[in-house]
Design a protein around this ligand. Structure first.
Ligand SMILES: Nc1nc2c(ncn2[C@@H]2O[C@H](COP(=O)(O)OP(=O)(O)OP(=O)(O)O)[C@@H](O)[C@H]2O)c(=O)[nH]1
Ligand SMILES: [Mg+2]
Length: 253
């Protein structure tokens, strides 16, 4: 079994603007999520690769976090990657940045390269360049900010214009912990998601609510799309999420 070292990319420092085609593998095209991501994301299940942290993985996918400035994209990623919450003053992301995390999904190592984009309008043209390589998009709004919810339709139009047609999209209502400041009901998020045919759940980067689940669900969907055994039933992302989901107020992680 040959083993390849092909992905040395590590999340660049905050406020970096990475090149969409070179940052993931130091410019070398290869089996991973290189210059143009393979449409199904599979590296080669029989030939694991090794990530920058030294972890082997069987397949790799690009996931992008998008949504208005301040909805909690960076905090969601930090919660998922480091199990920590960035409390204190809000430092808006400049450009785009990424972090890698390897998950075990049904006995396979699935590497997610997670791109944290800047929500501010002035960086929109930078992020557009990254959409086409994304296998999945986590689209966030803030349940305490009605404008961020109202802007979801515009974000979906943007995704439609720039992303691959078969990109996996999941809508996340973040800051579900902030019960006193909430202005968007959970049901409103659910019906918007239903109207657009995308899976939905509420999350909290602060408490950790459903954060792991959001990324795991997307990784499972991508893995199922990549490796279809003839007898495998179709993976239903929303059903999986509904089964696993914890609702705000009930649990902390
Ligand atoms: N209560 C609460 N606050 C949160 C949560 N997630 C993020 N925040 C706060 O919201 C603010 C914005 O969070 P960021 O993660 O930086 O927002 P962002 O979407 O990355 O913003 P841009 O980088 O400008 O696009 C910060 O002050 C966070 O502490 C959450 O789940 N609950
Ligand atoms: Mg940010």
């Amino acid at each position: 079994m040959s083993r390849k070292k092909n992905l040395k990319g590590k999340g660049s420092s905050k406020s970096s603007i990475a090149s969409p085609n070179k940052s993931s593998n130091n410019g070398k095209s290869g089996n991973g999520i290189g210059s143009v991501a393979p449409s199904n994301g599979v590296v080669y299940p029989s030939r694991p690769s090794v990530s920058s942290s030294g972890e082997f993985y069987d397949m790799a996918f690009k996931v992008m976090l998008v949504g208005d400035s301040g909805v909690g994209k960076t905090c969601l990623l930090v919660r998922f990657k480091d199990r920590a919450f960035l409390a204190g003053s809000f430092i808006s992301t400049v450009g785009i940045d990424f972090r890698n995390k390897v998950l075990t999904i049904d006995m396979l190592k699935v590497k997610l390269q997670i791109w944290d984009t800047a929500g501010q309008e002035r960086f929109r043209s930078v992020t557009h360049a990254y959409y086409r390589d994304a296998h999945a998009l986590l689209l966030l709004y803030d349940v305490t900010n009605k404008a961020s919810f109202d802007n979801i339709k515009a974000w979906l139009t943007e995704i439609h214009d720039y992303a691959q047609q078969d990109v996996v999209i999941m809508l996340l209502g973040n800051k579900a912990d902030a019960t006193h400041d909430r202005v968007v009901k959970r049901e409103e998020g659910e019906s918007l998601a239903k109207a657009f045919g995308v899976p939905f759940m509420e999350t909290s980067a602060k408490s950790g609510l459903n954060v792991e689940l959001a990324f795991t669900a997307v990784a499972k969907e991508l893995k199922h799309r990549s490796i279809k055994e003839p007898d495998d039933p179709k993976f239903q992302l929303q059903d999986y999420v509904n089964k696993e989901m914890k609702t705000a107020g009930c649990c902390s992680s």
